[in-house]
Design a protein around this ligand. Structure first.
Ligand code: SF4
Ligand code: SF4
Length: 105
């Protein structure tokens, strides 16, 4: 189990959660941020600071966003576990679920 970033982050990405994460496991894609499921230590610090209410414990994901648990994991298929988002920087792609969403707003 891990925390998951769901659809309300898409095309918002204000980054408030990144500052709260003690293990720097929130990575940036083109349209959304993603929590690394293996690096997240389930501390919950990011969840209350998200102005979009986009972050959920995996068990508490609203059903309409259940696919985002898989999407957060899929985002890391190619890069594995880098051990910190700051040294990786923004990545030039998204999980396919996010990439295929219509523009928000
Ligand atoms: S739950 Fe904690 S470790 Fe996991 S992404 Fe949020 S702040 Fe980082
Ligand atoms: S705080 Fe919420 S909306 Fe902002 S980047 Fe993090 S998950 Fe996305």
């Amino acid at each position: 189990m891990t925390y998951v970033i769901a659809e309300p982050c898409v095309d918002v990405k204000d980054g408030a959660c990144v500052d709260e994460c003690p293990v720097d496991c929130i990575y940036e894609g083109v349209r959304s941020l993603y929590i690394h499921p293996d690096e997240c230590v389930d501390c919950g610090a990011c969840e209350p600071v998200c102005p979009q209410v986009a972050i959920f414990y995996e068990d508490d994901l609203p059903s309409e966003w259940s696919g985002f648990a898989q999407a957060n994991g899929d985002f890391f298929a190619e890069i594995g576990s880098p051990g910190g988002a700051a040294k990786v920087g923004p990545l030039p792609y998204d999980a396919s679920l996010v990439a295929l969403l219509p523009p928000a707003g």
